[in-house]
Design a protein around this ligand. Structure first.
Ligand SMILES: Nc1ncnc2c1ncn2[C@@H]1O[C@H](COP(=O)(O)OP(=O)(O)OP(=O)(O)O)[C@@H](O)[C@H]1O
Ligand SMILES: [Mg+2]
Length: 437
């Protein structure tokens, strides 16, 4: 329950989480400190100070009550009040209990005076700036005592809170700035890794804290090694294919010169070998097909289908959902779709191409009415040089077994994969190119 709650509301990014880790303790400390501070200073200290003044008021009142008339009482009161820093005068108008809502200590001052001295009629903290007007009922009539606020409550106590608050905000801002600097190298590493996963090599230099730098260094080494391996594979395959091609061409020429029924089959074999070599070369080069661009995949799909139709294939376009622009390598994308359509044309009679969108992915699928591939053989079919059981597709002619492997390579370059399943509509295979959105 709490775990679920946390998961739902915890920020997902490192920066967000670090910010939270920083803010929660600072905020809590500020809160606790403010509460304790308000309690201590606004209540306890104010009460103690007001108590002292209350004692003085009691004394003044007692002396005033001992006088014979209100005028005499006023003189007595003034005499005592002056050295205490208070001022006594007659009421020139009605005094009421008044206090500003923002004056936290004022509430305490009034409450304490009322509680301590029953002759206090009203405490006005608003009318005269910096002064508390205390209306007193003497035995001879009403009198007003002007008490400086500094006598009953601490001066500008909120300054402390403001200072602490401003300092905290400033420190948090500086910390966030610093934090952002720490998160940036991690983000850059993630971006470089994710670009490389999609077949793009972006400039990257390790930076940041030691651990991040180390991870960056490791990533660079890994990237170099993978690049080297790809290069070697390409070099090897294209070298072999290229070198074999020349003697094969020579062989074919020689065979075609001595044209008779025996050499006829041999020419066909040589042609097949040449086709295989072409497929190897394609496979070797499939890593470097075109540059990534922002493209709409739908025209590319329609082109691929049109091409297959021109070649005599029974292929139709089904529903294509609108995707908008995506980062694609056009020639590679075309090759992958072409390979899937090619398979459908070779192993089935009819094919249909569609595009669906889900929350995180788009699926471009080619369905057919052929024999399909049983689930246990699907993984194998995606591997290079695998042709499935020849008896399953006797009249299908022979391929090299690279079509799906190339499509898979291309899918991975785009951050996606190839998925084989049963076609619901046509009953054969459904081969989908699944790409992230
Ligand atoms: N649409 C399909 N229906 C039935 N089987 C299929 C289909 N597509 C592929 N297969 C099976 O999967 C195997 C691998 O396919 P893949 O495209 O990789 O190679 P290939 O078609 O044999 O040769 P290539 O495409 O290199 O000319 C095929 O030999 C075939 O048995
Ligand atoms: Mg194929």
């Amino acid at each position: 329950m709490i775990g679920k709650f946390l998961k739902r509301f915890m920020p997902r990014s490192l920066f967000g989480r670090a910010t939270l880790i920083l803010l929660v303790p600072v905020g809590t400390i500020l809160l606790v400190m403010s509460i304790v501070f308000i309690q201590r200073l606004y209540e306890n200290v104010t009460q103690q100070m007001t108590d002292g003044v209350a004692n003085e008021i009691v004394f003044i009142l007692k002396q005033a009550n001992g006088a014979n008339s209100i005028d005499e009482a006023l003189v007595v009161a003034q005499e005592i009040a002056a050295p205490l820093g208070l001022q006594a005068r007659l009421a020139d108008g009605p005094v009421e209990d008044r206090n500003l809502w923002s004056d936290l200590s004022g509430r305490n001052v009034a409450a304490t005076l009322h509680a301590r001295v029953s002759a206090v009629l009203a405490v006005d903290l608003v009318s005269q700036e910096g002064t508390a007007l205390v209306a007193l009922a003497t035995e001879h009539g009403e009198m007003v005592l002007e008490v400086p606020r500094t006598r009953v409550s601490a001066r500008n106590p909120h300054q402390f809170l403001v200072l602490i608050g401003v300092t905290s905000i400033l420190m948090v801002l500086i910390a966030l700035l610093y934090l952002r600097g720490q998160v940036r190298p991690i983000r850059r590493l993630a971006a470089a890794a994710s670009a490389f996963g999609k077949g793009r090599v972006v400039p990257y230099r390790p930076a940041g804290a030691a651990e991040v730098r180390e991870a960056g260094q490791a990533f660079l080494q890994m990237r170099d090694r993978i690049e080297r391996q790809i290069e070697q594979r390409t070099l090897l395959l294209s070298g072999v294919s290229h070198d074999l091609r020349t003697p094969l061409t020579r062989l074919r020429l020689a065979l075609s010169l001595s044209d008779n029924s025996e050499t006829h089959d041999m020419v066909r074999d040589v042609d097949e070998m040449q086709q295989m070599l072409d497929a190897f070369l394609d496979f070797a080069r499939s890593d470097s097909l075109g540059e990534p661009e922002r493209l709409d995949p739908i025209p590319l799909i329609e082109d691929a289908v049109a091409k297959a139709q021109r070649a005599g294939g029974n292929v139709t376009v089904g529903t294509l959902a609108q995707t908008g622009l995506m980062t694609l390598r056009a020639p590679a994308f075309d090759r992958a779709i072409g390979n899937l359509i090619g398979n459908a044309m070779r192993y089935a009679h009819r094919a249909q191409v569609g595009l669906t969108i889900s929350e995180n992915t788009i699926r471009i699928f080619v369905e057919d009415d052929g024999p399909g591939i049983p689930p246990e053989l699907r993984e194998a079919a995606l591997k290079p040089f695998t042709r499935l059981d020849q008896s399953r597709n006797q009249d299908a002619g022979s391929g090299v077994g690279l079509g799906l492997a190339i499509a898979g390579d291309i899918a991975r370059q785009h951050g996606g994969y190839i998925e084989l399943s049963d076609s619901v509509e046509l009953g054969g295979l459904s081969a989908a190119l699944v790409l992230p959105r």
